[in-house]
Design a binder for this molecule. Structure first.
Ligand code: FDA
Length: 314
């Protein structure tokens, strides 16, 4: 299993970046059930429908308006407007309580040259205000390792005015245990994930077993700390460990949450909710679904086979 991940992830991520592959796959539209399994739709309507369904089933959600790595500041403006629209739609539908938005700083301008991080912080502050205005929380997604310092800097700036702003830490990065300690103080909302980007061996664990062990160590730090841990994984061993740690540290049901991606392990999402835990589902929506979708294929060979078969069955 370890070797498969090592050989497979980077290869597929390489293939996914190929423009010909990209054009072909993008043409195989979102109407395909295989894509719909992970992305419920392209617009705010689809997002609000997913929110109604999930909240109705006792699950919270975090909405991700798909898009990343923009090349023009006008796209950042469009990102902000898109999130504003969906926040308003959630408010109109009475679906704000307990819900959240997830935001990628590269969709708000972070990668646009030396002024990028400041532009992204400015845009993120505007979104944080809009979200807080309707009672919705916001978490900054984490992208590849080159962005971690800038993203944590933006987090610090935002938390001055919006202390509930959350961030993501990736256990695959060597630096993450130290970051987890720094960010385990009161009020700190940290989503712990394994990491979805192909990273160089100089900064990240390459073997899956090492990523998993690091995840377990970071869990101990966050659950044992004073912040609000958001345990984002589909890995049953990590979920079991987290449940045990929550008990050991006498954390109440309001004092931590589990998170999973839309369409993945839905039965386990329900089981955790029925066991009394808070469970949040990460719901991506929008037309720019390709990057997200290829990462989901890359992390699980079975998904790729499923997808390849669907391309040939019209
Ligand atoms: P692992 O990959 O070991 O999978 C464990 C088991 O889960 C598998 O054996 C399989 O059963 C199931 N599973 C996992 N992935 C699956 C898939 N794609 N399809 C079907 N089954 C699957 N990453 C990042 O770099 N930055 C971020 O901001 C985020 N944000 C985020 C939010 C939330 C709520 C989640 C759940 C995940 C993220 N991620 C992320 C992604 C994360 O880094 C990681 O790539 C995936 O969660 C897969 O890792 P697991 O912990 O699930 O374990």
């Amino acid at each position: 299993k370890t070797r498969r991940r090592l050989a497979f992830g980077p290869v597929l991520l390489g293939v996914a970046g190929n423009p010909v592959v990209r054009a072909t796959v993008t043409k195989s539209s979102l109407s395909r059930p295989v894509v719909r399994r992970f992305v419920p739709g392209t617009d705010a309507d689809a997002a609000v429908r997913a929110a109604a369904d999930l909240n109705g089933a006792g699950l919270r959600l975090t909405l991700d308006r798909l898009g990343e790595d923009i090349t023009d500041p006008r796209e950042a403006t469009a990102t902000v407007a898109g999130y504003r629209e969906v926040l308003q739609r959630l408010a109109d539908a009475g679906l704000t309580e307990g819900n959240e938005i997830s935001v990628k700083l590269s969709a708000l301008g972070q990668s646009l040259g030396t002024d990028g991080p400041a532009l992204a912080t400015h845009n993120a502050a505007e979104l944080a205000a809009a979200a807080a205005g309707v009672g919705v929380d916001m978490t900054l997604d984490m992208e590849d390792h080159t962005t971690v310092d800038a993203t944590l800097e933006t987090l610090r700036a935002l938390r001055a005015d919006f202390p509930r702003t959350g961030a993501v830490l990736q256990s695959m990065l060597f630096r993450t245990e130290a970051d987890a300690r720094d960010l385990s103080g009161p009020g700190s909302r940290i989503r712990l994930v394994k990491g979805a980007y192909a990273e160089p061996a100089s900064v990240a664990h390459a073997a899956k077993a090492d990523v998993d062990r690091a995840y377990a160590r970071c869990l101990e730090i966050l659950v044992g700390g004073q912040g609000y841990p958001m345990i984002a994984t589909h890995d049953q061993r990590m979920i079991d460990l987290a449940e045990e740690l929550l008990r050991r540290h006498a954390r109440s049901a309001e004092d931590a949450e589990f998170q999973m991606l839309y369409g993945i392990r839905t039965t386990e999402q329900q089981r955790l909710a029925q066991a009394g835990h808070r469970v949040r589902v990460y719901v991506p929506y929008g037309t720019d679904w390709y990057g997200y979708f290829s990462r989901r294929l890359a992390e699980r060979p079975a998904n790729l086979l499923f997808f390849a078969r669907s391309l040939f069955s019209r």
